[in-house]
Design a protein around this ligand. Structure first.
Ligand code: ATP
Ligand code: MG
Length: 576
């Protein structure tokens, strides 16, 4: 490709609304342009990088035995009614109406469509295992589309869905996808860490997210240095808080004391009361399927809502509003307490975090505005319905298995593998007959990769102050030939043309910067776009019988003109 023929509108300055570096670089390097918030046009260079990522994904899916299909983005709402997600996913669904005023849904994902296909097409155990995938556009009504391609309203996803006869067989399909994902991100030049992920109300432990560590990531992960354990913070566990929970009873019965105006853990920790946070009980009220539930965690801990959701077994839950709390408990936030509340309402469910087991001599709200209780022993004074790990782990806590300290990092989720079980196949009647002619629901898995997000994650991970550092496998072009003088009758351009033709013939993705621009402009642009290798040709170097090879991540080397093509090819081999 000739630079003057293609379209690379590079920018000197970053547009003001681009918040993170990769978003700025996508715009500045002329890869994308914004239509409106959350919607982007891919320009020629952006399309090339996108297609390269998509092709790696496709090759690895094919290698893993998955079958490419293409499903409609426009979907009838009744399949969403059938799966139950017309309501539960309502907030992300874009809905449109046709000329007859009939409603349609723009697919945010395709479990419904593929399960409907399986329901009609798969009838026998002999047809499984099967894994179908597509690389296709998705629509999501995100609350906050931001960071360019990272969280868009419309984006490209690779989504795959496996169908198996049993849990064990489904586990094999899951493992194949997991392994394929490891290869995909490696081939894209991305350092992506598989982490254990929350499985929501479906439960089970088979869900992994592939996370690219980055300060700007919207997720937080906990891991140990050896790599033996890594989990999304929504799911991460530890051996517990570093300060042990007080476990010695004062021997006294709970005693009420006045705490006017004290409404927070911090306020009770301050003078005059001076109750350290780890001696306090934090009492929270949730509504699960509209019923109030009390949740207790240690005063210095944070409740982990996904962990609570998994225990409650419903995603129809939320924190209660102050008026709902007052109606249910007779007190306001800041003075709530399970001792009195459970005495008053014996049916009230109390979920307590496991770090509170054996807690004694604790302080909690008296469930009466302006008062707290001291000398509270959990085992004696509070009827706990269920003990569970409900807290968010903190940096430095020890990994359950290895005892190594956990560190927390921000990260970008680029992929997700999930063992679904029979949730959709049961809801949508995707059953098969086994060897004995008995009907069972297919056991499913689903596997997503954000293809457009992956392109941006590569940039977020690989850049320097001058621009992008594309890994070879996904660079829009691998080599940029930069003649410093483009006069067709001068000495430089004919040689540039020869190299260009030779590299093309050798199958290299090469771009010839044939613009009549100053060398400084050309160098800056090729660094901004980040081609892995630049080949510089100027009159001075030609006079020495040399061309100059400059890897984007390395230093300049002069090579003999006669050897140039061979040296370029061997240098390319060694580049990441
Ligand atoms: P997130 O938690 O970031 O909203 P998700 O868990 O809802 O993502 P999945 O349903 O697992 O996403 O989708 C599979 C992949 O699609 C994600 O791993 C991510 O890479 C990508 N993805 C999801 N939402 C978006 C979006 N709004 N814009 C771009 N890519 C997205
Ligand atoms: Mg996900």
């Amino acid at each position: 490709m000739r630079w003057t023929h293609t379209f690379i509108p590079t920018l000197k300055e970053s547009p003001a609304d681009a918040e993170i570096l990769s978003h700025k670089l996508l715009l500045r390097a002329g890869l994308i342009r914004k239509l409106t918030a959350g919607l982007y046009t891919f320009l020629p260079l952006g399309v090339r990088a996108l297609h390269k990522v998509a092709q790696i994904v496709r090759e690895e899916m094919d290698r893993a035995g998955a079958l490419e299909v293409l499903m409609p983005a426009l979907q009838p709402p009744d399949i969403w009614q059938q799966s139950g997600r017309y309501q539960s996913a309502a907030d992300v669904l874009y809905k449109v109406r046709d000329r007859a005023n009939k409603e349609w849904v723009l697919g945010p994902t395709h479990e419904e469509v593929i399960t409907q296909l399986a329901a009609t097409e798969i009838s026998s155990y002999r047809q499984m295992p099967k894994n179908f995938y597509q690389i296709q556009v998705k629509f999501r009504d995100e609350i906050r589309p931001r960071f360019g391609l990272m969280r868009a309203k419309e984006f490209m996803m690779k989504d795959a869905y496996s169908f198996d006869v049993s849990d064990d067989a489904a586990q094999l399909s899951y493992q194949k996808m997991y392994d394929a994902y490891v290869r995909i991100f490696q081939r894209c030049g991305l350092k992506a860490v598989p982490v254990e992920a929350d499985t929501g109300v479906i439960g089970g432990k088979f869900s992994h997210e592939f996370m690219v560590p980055a300060e700007t990531g919207e997720n937080e992960i906990a891991c140990v240095a050896s790599g033996g354990y890594a989990a999304n913070l929504e799911k991460a566990t530890s051996r517990g808080p570093l300060t042990p929970t007080p476990g010695v009873s004062t021997g006294h019965a709970p005693e009420k004391f006045p705490t006017p105006g004290v409404l927070t853990i911090a306020a009770l920790a301050a003078p005059p009361h001076l109750v350290p946070p780890h001696r306090q009980l934090k009492t929270l009220v949730y509504l699960a399927d509209s019923r109030p539930v009390l949740v207790l965690v240690r005063g210095d801990d944070q409740l982990n809502e996904p962990k609570l959701a998994a225990q409650l077994g419903t995603d129809q839950f939320r924190a209660a509003e102050p008026d709902e709390i007052a109606a249910a408990l007779g007190a306001h936030p800041g003075s709530l307490g399970a001792v009195a509340a459970t005495l008053k309402s014996p049916d009230l469910a109390v979920y307590a975090d496991a770090a509170l087991r054996g807690a004694a001599g604790m302080v909690t709200g008296a469930n009466e505005d302006g008062f707290h209780l001291r000398h509270v022993d959990l085992g004696r004074d509070i009827r706990v319905t269920r003990w569970a790990d409900l807290r968010t782990v903190r940096s430095g806590e020890l990994d359950v298995a290895t005892g190594q300290p956990l560190t927390l990092h921000r990260a970008i989720e680029v992929g997700h593998v999930f063992k679904l079980g029979t949730k959709y196949s049961e809801a949508m009647n995707a059953t098969f007959l086994d060897e004995q002619g008995r009907a069972h629901p297919c056991v499913m898995g689903c596997y997503g990769i954000g293809v457009t997000r992956t392109v941006q994650a590569v940039i977020e991970q690989s850049n320097d102050r001058d621009g992008i550092l594309w890994p070879k496998a996904v660079a829009p072009y691998t080599v940029c030939i930069t003649p410093l003088n483009v006069d067709p009758d001068g000495p430089v351009m004919p040689l540039a043309e020869t190299l260009y033709a030779q590299l093309q013939a050798a199958g290299v993705d090469v771009i010839l910067d044939d613009r009549p621009e100053r060398p400084g402009v050309k160098f800056k642009d090729s660094e901004l776009v980040g081609f892995p290798l630049r080949v510089g040709l100027g009159e001075k170097s030609l006079a020495r019988g040399e061309v100059e090879l400059k890897p984007r991540r390395g230093s300049l080397v002069g090579v003999r003109i006669e050897e140039a093509t061979a040296r370029i090819l061997s240098l390319l081999d060694s580049l990441p």
